[in-house]
Design a protein around this ligand. Sequence first.
Ligand SMILES: O=C(O)CCC(=O)C(=O)O
Length: 437
Amino acid sequence: MDGEQRKTATTQTATIIGDPQWKEFSENLQYLWCDGSAAIAVLPNPPTALEFSRDFVSKSRPCIIRNVFVEEGEGTPKQLTLGDIITTTTTQQQQQEDDRVITVDVTPDGQGDCVRTCRQHGTSTTTHGEEEEIFVQPKEYQMTLSEFRTRLRRQQEQQQPRKTSHDLDIHGRPVLTFHAEEEPSSSATMSNDNNDDADMHNGKTQYSLPPDDSVVYYSRQNDCLRTEFPELQSLFPVGALDWAQQAFGTSLDAVNLWIGNEAAVSSMHKDHYENLFYVASGEKIFTLCPPACVPFLYEHLEYPTAVFDVDVDVDENDHQHQWSIRRIVQGDDGECTKVRWVAPDVTSLMSANDNDHKSSLLERYPLLKHVHPIEVRVQKGDLLYLPSLWFHRVTQSCETVGVNFWYDMHFDSPLWCYYSLLSQLQPTNHSNSNSCE
Ligand SMILES: O=C(O)CCC(=O)C(=O)O
């Protein structure tokens, strides 16, 4: 095929997939995952490996499974609260000194690892040129478990809405404003190692703490249950998941602990893992979209990356904390690192009101109308099976402890080939204007 023929073939493919085809595709997809209703299957007991493989894994269908981890003798689902974790991990000796130090993800408003609109302070208009969309990661702080609990509870007591509506961007997230001299600036490197922030005082380590009204979320994704809380491992024996491991046919990659409340949100994303998410206390709210929704979610758009930071101005009476962001750059030439991410928040399309907001969102992302998100509330004692590549946005309705098990996914599968193709089919008239210049 010469260059001209190849160009023609590409153009033909692009014209074949128009709005009617996307609509039909979306309608076909809509009930593949949940039998005609908007609810996923709930299994009262763990399935056999064959049932799980046949009915869920091979079809890439999520489900909720009950009675996976049960108390010996009593047969009730295992529960674990933050209070239980503090008791279990605090030894007699530690009680007299200090309790467990953990690394916590901290943001000004609960929205980290997502696309944020950054505006220079004093700019009242919202024209595109004066704002920039940047993928901003949380700042990591080290603090004791007790300090973490105090901050989490304080967050819950602060009943008032954190931001007023005029501060919200098209995604419903507070706009981040900066003074000219605080404009997101390039910094040579980015380190999440906060050891520099620790000091010794009276023989005890003192950690620098985040501003009082920050949102804290323990959301490490580094196998933290097994590495940072080994004493909790026996509560959730992986042997209880043999039926799943046999169905996946791959190995367990990580076991993660998640502790947070309604103030923290994990924005819509997908993982290359088969995911089993157990809710040990509280309630998690998952908003799910199947992998085939990838073209509708505009996941192909790329954003420059940054990390939240806190500048501390010390005057004679006070310490003033000011949130800022630091760009993440790579290499000696200071090139800005970019990431592909889903910017729109589909939950704003699911709420009954604010039609103006929905119209603006759909005007900017027209294919979003084909998305049929499913809301799944996972209660304490229940385990969610989330197949690999499923998009998920996650929050909590109250203080919640979760434990998830990530198994490697199969890349030698039709699902992966089909997903890769779909992720390349994009509307030709949509691009974002983010640049690092
Ligand atoms: O619980 C959360 O906030 C996010 C969970 C998640 O992304 C996952 O389990 O893959």
